[in-house]
Design a protein around this ligand. Structure first.
Ligand SMILES: C[S@@+](CC[C@H](N)C(=O)[O-])C[C@H]1O[C@@H](n2cnc3c(N)ncnc32)[C@H](O)[C@@H]1O
Length: 404
């Protein structure tokens, strides 16, 4: 898979549009806070957030992957499937409870059970098919999509800053999620990331960015109530960035990401939605923003994709750019110390961590799952509150507040 990475240097020129220098606007005096019900979106919201392909057959190919994904998510948790795994484990002298096996050994035990092995192999074959169909569509229509981004790059609304000469840390150049080219290597990575999530990977549960809208709506605000500047780090396609701008339309909202193709697409999408979010290709650990600048910081699924050293730097950098009293809502995969997730102790939990790490190709997740990110936030100076599994799902929300 790594041979795709060479495309980064070849394609870098395609994303090297003129960089618009970031300037910081005046703080707004009053916070407007718009309530949106993500479970009952209006027709206008659905139209604004919908992904539409030029031809239905391309959309249909992703819908096929969505169907497989839905089956897989339902089957994994289904009573019959759980009972089947339990019976198999007991028949081999194991149990659903605590184990001393290593993560890899736990995965190997379950892979001897044909239904688990079949579901796992179908999962990855479907995943690869999803990207194959997506990138094939995007590259067949490359002129159209490049022209569409060209048109919004400079027109806005909202600024775009690309830094094609930026040195990319090695850890950001992997093909995470088995996505060809990774986040940084294909000019259409942003389209591919957003459209595959929306049309397939979320199994239809976030077709109109409901997941991101829900998180942005739930985010707590500083005790003073004023929210004038918001930063979304590792924003990818900008789904949470736009969700924050929809909630706080008067705020200056920034999304930053190391990947040029991501922020370029994010800006294109936000501009088409007429939202005016600002995007910049920058590192979360070196964000270039002034001290004490932001009222709210948000991240979703960033920290498990960086090294532990980078995670520590990100914690310190956010402490620097947040004003006293500012709030950081951090959301990521559960760690093994999350009592509700049960990942570190059982055969199923350990196999899940190993499967995600090795087969969804998450090079940094294994260490992250065993490390203590809230502890890093405390060490950086924050007051920290951990709300494990606020949605009853796989996300662990943590609030870090900069003391006044
Ligand atoms: C799983 S995606 C994040 C998903 C996104 N926040 C969302 O709402 O769907 C991780 C993103 O973090 C970006 N990233 C990784 N390391 C980074 C860093 N050090 N600074 C900024 N962005 C980074 C990647 O390029 C990728 O777009």
């Amino acid at each position: 898979m790594t041979d795709h990475l060479n495309r980064r240097s070849v394609l870098a020129s395609a994303v090297a549009v003129a960089a618009a220098t970031a300037t910081v606007g005046e703080a707004q005096a009053k916070t407007v806070d718009v309530k949106i019900d993500a479970n009952n979106l209006s027709p206008e919201m659905k139209k604004k957030h919908a992904v539409r392909f030029p031809k239905l057959d391309d959309e249909g190919r992703l819908n096929f992957s969505e169907g497989i994904r839905r089956w897989q998510l339902a089957d994994k948790e289904g009573k019959a499937a759980v009972a089947g795994r339990q019976a198999y484990l007991e028949s081999t002298g194991h149990s659903l409870g605590e184990t001393k096996l290593s993560h890899e050994e736990a995965w190997n035990v379950l892979m001897q059970y044909p239904p688990y092995a079949a579901r796992t192999r179908i999962e990855w074959a479907n995943h690869d098919l999803m990207y194959e169909n997506m990138f094939s569509h995007l590259h067949k229509n490359r002129d159209m999509y490049l022209a569409a981004m060209d048109a919004t790059d400079k027109a806005g609304p909202g600024k775009l800053e690309l830094n094609p000469d930026m040195a990319l840390p090695e850890y950001t150049t992997h093909e995470i999620h088995r996505m060809p080219g990774g986040y940084v290597g294909d000019p259409f990575a942003g389209f591919a990331y957003h459209w595959t999530l929306t049309e397939a990977y979320y199994g239809g549960s976030s077709r109109y960015d409901e997941l991101h809208t829900r998180m942005a709506q739930a985010c707590r605000v500083p005790a003073t109530g004023d929210v004038n500047r918001i930063l979304d780090i590792g924003c990818s396609a900008g789904m949470s960035t736009t969700a924050f701008k929809e909630r706080f339309p008067d705020a200056e909202v920034w999304g930053i990401d190391v990947a040029g193709p991501m922020v370029r697409y994010a800006h294109h999408r936000s501009a088409k939605m007429r939202l005016g979010c600002n995007f910049a290709q920058r590192l979360a650990e070196d964000s270039k923003f002034p001290d004490n600048h932001f009222d709210v910081v948000f991240d979703f699924l960033l920290t498990h994709e960086v090294t532990i050293a980078a995670a520590k730097k990100i914690a310190s950098e956010m402490f620097r750019v947040m004003r006293p009293g500012a709030v950081w809502m951090h959301n990521d995969l559960p760690r093994e110390d999350n009592p509700k997730a049960g990942l570190g102790h059982t055969i199923e939990g350990k196999a899940h961590v190993w499967n995600t790490h090795r087969h969804n190709y998450e090079p940094w997740y294994f260490r992250y799952a065993q490390d203590d990110f809230p502890g890093m936030l405390k060490a950086a100076g924050f007051d920290v509150q951990v709300d494990n599994d606020p949605r009853g799902g796989f996300i662990a929300a943590v609030y870090a507040t900069k003391p006044v």
